[in-house]
Design a protein around this ligand. Sequence first.
Ligand code: ATP
Length: 488
Amino acid sequence: MSNNTDNRFQAIISHAKEYGFVFPSSEIYDGLSAVYDYGPYGSELKKNIRDYWWKSMTQMHDNIVGIDAAIFMHPTTWKASGHVDNFSDPMIDNKDSKKRYRVDHLIEAKADVLKEKGEGDKADGLIAAMEKLLATEDYTGLKQLIEDEKIVCQVSGTANWTDIRQFNLMFATQLGSVAEDADTIYLRPETAQGIFVNFLNVQKTARMKIPFGIAQTGKAFRNEIVARQFIFRMREFEQMEMQFFVRPGTQMQWYNFWKEERLNWHLSLGIPTEKYRYHDHVKLAHYADAALDIEYEFPFGFKEVEGIHSRTDFDLKSHQEYSKKKQQYFDNDIDDTTGKPFGNYIPYVIETSIGLDRMFLLILSHAYEEETITKEDGTSDSRVVMKIPAKIAPVKLAILPLLKKDGLPEIARELLDSCKASFKCFYEEKDAIGKRYRRQDAIGTPFCVTIDHQTKEDGTVTIRHRDAMTQERIPLTAVKQLVLQAID
Ligand code: ATP
């Protein structure tokens, strides 16, 4: 990371804490690594992103329904899904510093250094070589690559590496109060399996016909060995996943559909296209026949924010085998080639999986701006503004009576009462108006309305727009509609 981007990222992290978006978990005890808490404005923003996703999936698509499955699941679930045997990352330790690295992160960091030195081709070659070796799980070759590239530990500065080993990322715990009788269960590492085990329950009770989807949001847990970059990689995080069940043979058509649909969802928030790119996977997971990431240009480079995976019938087939319960769907649509119904089959699945916390970081990275403002008298001032899209902003409208007297607070409170059931408002009487505007800029409130003496005379108020800082006078009675229009 260059100094500039590093500074910007550090500024975002400080701002997130100072303005009540994100705090380190249990901070009074010095925090817990890679675990975070969301504060008053953070929890609002997070909820708004979750709601925006949920609505776009379950309300805007009449063939998608939601569920809310438990975090704890029968332990066989994770045997069937492959997580017990396969959910691991190749890691390498430096013998001198005892620091442990994820092999792909170590090599990617070297590629970043090469890019910064202007050796882009060399960096691309290195990543391609790594992906090839990862795909064939050639750990001897990967270690050789690390040695050939003279990659050293950031702490010890040496290249004294152990062999590469696999570490399972699932957290285990015990069910039941007596340890001896207890069964080992896992904190779910993804929400998807809660959808698969409920496939038939949902299909039958909601009377869904293929193609259809099941959406879910909820916590997931991964014992990430190397957790880094603030809320980008956490040990406890939230996913928003949708599994779309399709007829075998049509999966590529739906894969392409969701690839486009999901990128459009991101763009619908007003984030510029050039900040996004697709990254096709070379190494496919054991369950996939096609996979890509939607990447966003974070302050520390292009990184995955969402995955689109064609998961074949792997999960349902495996659950059928382990549970001995049929996971078939009867398709009575007519197959044109045979003239008969398609009949019984295990559906194929396209998955869209996005991290809510990572999306939150994306919004912070997009929104955060430090601006210099030239005032009318020629002097300059500065502000930090969070240009959060209005529809997901934590607070939509700040209601600010200019003075604490002369009946202005009464008018302001009346406006508050008429708006607060429809969207989140903030009321404040204290301090100079400029100071109050700055505080709203810092939490990303798109509109501030000021009630002054003229309001009493002609029923108009000043509405201030966050991004352009323009102000206009509009009727008090038009405020609610203006905000509703902006957030719809
Ligand atoms: P990565 O390669 O970054 O570890 P992944 O490919 O393992 O991610 P998936 O299993 O596809 O991720 O999970 C889907 C989404 O969940 C990711 O795109 C990401 O947004 C989010 N996610 C995964 N792991 C974490 C984590 N440790 N912290 C926060 N979000 C995560």
